[in-house]
Design a protein around this ligand. Structure first.
Ligand code: EPU
Length: 336
């Protein structure tokens, strides 16, 4: 177990905020984690578990314990003619894992290529892109309860997955489970999902296989999303809101170009990026924070922004969208 005092979180948040935590603890094994969960000194403080910090906004220094998993490993635990089951350590880098699966010819995660973060977070927040979600391939999640120190096994159903949501994100469970391992069930006979956005167009005239899909996704993401190495950001800042079909029909009369994706008979999802752009958000700045000109859903740290500036800019965007469209945006990013 590695323990640091007064620790800079600069390398642990993709917004590149220079904040500090009172303690930073990284456990390398389940035994380490069990010890940590029994430690009265640490457990009496505020604590938060992070992955790569690609979806976090630190509003200030953190006067408590930031916990990070160092549990790695990809183990093939079962296979049959059609599927393979992989038990993956929470600290494995997501994109390295996605790349490995593509190389092996196992389908399911190719559309989720290049998403920043770690495997634990993929199960925590049900990452998704280009018509696929982690939840479609998660078989089981192992996590420790912070309250009891016991290990629990969650089936896919127990995880209560929906769009960017899980049991672990529900207000009464938030921060109370540390995910140590995720079992993914992938397909040896992949079915490709190409009907989302520009993917089909990008692949036109090319042989379609897992490798070419991964390449196309990487290229689309690089074109569309600002690179966090260059301008710190946390990907989509807001979730795409769900609205009733009735309300959508009403808005559509006023805004005929409003894009939408059907969710079910009563509900549609509308792109937050479009709402933000239409309400004048694109390119807006506040202090060192800016709304990306590339993708209105992304707030970037352009010039040594503070967490507070980023949060205030997000609030301005939310307000503008609410005033113009009567739709309330919810952040996808976790405020700490
Ligand atoms: N649009 C604008 N202005 C912009 C950008 C987009 O009006 O600046 C409109 C376009 O009309 C487009 C629509 O918004 O049709 C949707 O845009 P896009 O396909 O780029 O995707 P998104 O809905 O903005 C979601 C995810 C992304 C994911 C992409 C691709 C959420 C919150 N975001 O974005 O996820 O990569 O789809 O599947 O669901 C992330 O979570 O960090 C993330 C990047």
């Amino acid at each position: 177990m590695r323990i640091y005092n007064n620790y800079s979180l600069l390398p642990h948040n993709t917004f590149h905020l220079d904040v500090k935590s009172r303690w930073f603890v990284e456990y390398e094994s389940e035994i380490d984690l069990q010890k940590l969960l029994r430690d009265e000194y640490f457990m009496s403080q505020a604590f938060w578990h992070i992955g790569q910090g690609s979806n976090l906004l630190f509003l200030s220094d953190f006067n408590g314990v930031i916990v990070h998993s160092g549990i790695k490993g990809i183990e093939r635990i079962r296979e049959d003619e059609n599927h393979v089951w992989l038990a993956v350590g929470a600290a494995e880098d997501w994109d390295a894992f996605a790349a490995y699966c593509v190389e092996q010819g196992w389908g399911g995660l190719e559309n989720l290529s290049l998403i920043p973060g770690e495997v634990g977070a993929s199960a925590y927040q049900n990452i998704g892109a280009y018509g696929m979600e982690a939840a479609d391939y998660i078989e089981e999640v192992q996590a420790y309860s912070v309250e009891t120190g016991e290990k629990r096994f969650f089936s896919n159903e127990d995880c209560k997955y929906s769009y960017r949501h899980s049991f672990f994100k529900e207000p009464e469970n938030r921060g109370l489970y540390y995910i140590t391992q995720v079992t993914y069930k992938l397909s040896k006979k992949p079915e490709y999902k190409l009907d989302y956005g520009d993917l089909e167009k990008k692949l036109k005239g090319k042989t379609i296989n897992l490798q070419t899909i991964r390449k196309a996704i990487i290229s689309i993401r690089k074109d569309k999303l600002p690179d966090p190495q260059i301008e710190g950001n946390a990907g989509s800042f807001f979730m795409n809101p769900y609205i009733s079909r009735i309300y959508y029909e009403r808005l559509k009369k006023q805004y005929p170009d409003l894009p939408h994706y059907p969710v079910n008979e009563e509900t549609v999802k509308v792109p937050a990026a479009w709402l933000i752009e239409q309400s004048g958000g694109k390119g807006k700045t506040l202090g060192g924070a800016a709304v990306s000109e590339k993708q209105a859903l992304v707030i970037v740290n352009r010039n040594q922004a503070t967490g507070e500036e980023i949060a205030l800019l997000a609030e301005e965007i939310r307000k503008a969208v609410w005033e113009k469209f009567g739709i309330e945006l919810q952040p996808e990013v976790n405020y700490i």
